[in-house]
Unconditional design. Structure first.
Length: 274
């Protein structure tokens, strides 16, 4: 598979690794970006683990909650250029879709696309907007969270948004802090037990390979890999992350200071690819 300069630049932006390292990794992975990220990490490159963000082009990510804060939704409405993403009509159209999702509570993206929107389906209205604006438009994501208290956070510019659910009502400001934490720190799961086993195994494999390349004794590889996994849990699971506003305490500690039983039940985060 031919590796283009655009491919190399995309991987470089995603990982922060050097241009030649990215090119060599892509060649070795035959153009597979996920494999290339793993190759870079196994070679000791300090790159981030693959997150669950959805790749997208330009457009808007918008989060909103119901009036009672029991349910939140996220949508992504894509377009081809940032110029259109900032167009008032495009922004208004995206917000109407969010409002419709809040009102009708569709089960999934296909159900949202099939909803009635001023006498047409959402999918048909999107096609209509394509004709008006002259760019490809796509509703590419729809996520929901239901909990005792849900809050939505839209980062300025609407390129990142998050929705977070708490297990107790009455903690609006805390919920907002959690949504901002999720948007900023991009955790992969609420707690370490929520991390998929496939991700855990991959982190252990990478940890062992990196330790072996550093010349560590074979009998120490598993222990070293477990230590790296524990650091991954601390950096990449919400309740174990350092609170961005008070780095000396974890999110779990911050929540328990507010209420011993308070916790995050679920979150969703979507970021448009740069």
């Amino acid at each position: 598979m031919a590796i283009t300069a655009a491919d190399v630049n995309k991987l470089r932006q995603q990982t922060g690794a050097g241009m030649m390292d990215c090119k060599n990794a892509l060649v070795e992975a035959d153009g597979d970006f996920d494999k290339a990220v793993d190759i870079l990490r196994k070679k000791g490159q300090k790159v981030a683990a693959k997150r669950s963000d959805r790749d997208a082009a330009e457009g808007l990510v918008i989060g909103k909650t119901t009036a009672d804060n029991k349910r939140g939704v996220l949508i992504v409405l894509n377009c081809e250029t940032d110029f259109v993403a900032k167009n008032e009509d495009f922004v208004a159209f995206a917000n109407k879709i969010v409002d419709l999702a809040i009102e009708k509570n569709p089960a999934d993206l296909n159900a949202l696309l099939a909803l009635n929107f001023d006498g047409k389906t959402v999918a048909e209205k999107i096609t209509e907007e394509v004709g008006k604006i002259g760019e490809k438009i796509e509703l590419s994501a729809y996520e929901t969270v239901e909990a005792a208290h849900v809050v939505a956070y839209n980062h300025p510019g609407n390129k990142i948004a998050s929705i977070v659910g708490l297990n107790k009502d009455g903690f609006a400001e805390v919920a907002k802090e959690m949504a901002m934490q999720v948007a900023a720190m991009n955790p992969v799961a609420v707690d370490k037990d929520d991390v998929p086993q496939s991700v855990v195994e991959k982190e252990l494999e990478i940890g062992r390979e990196v330790a072996a390349q550093e010349g560590k004794p074979a009998e120490m590889l598993d222990k070293i890999a477990q230590g790296k996994l524990n650091r991954f849990f601390k950096e990449s699971t919400l309740l174990n992350q350092d609170f961005i506003r008070e780095h000396k305490k974890s999110i779990r500690q911050y929540l328990q200071e507010k209420d011993k039983e308070l916790t995050v039940t679920e979150f969703k985060r979507i970021s448009l690819a740069n």
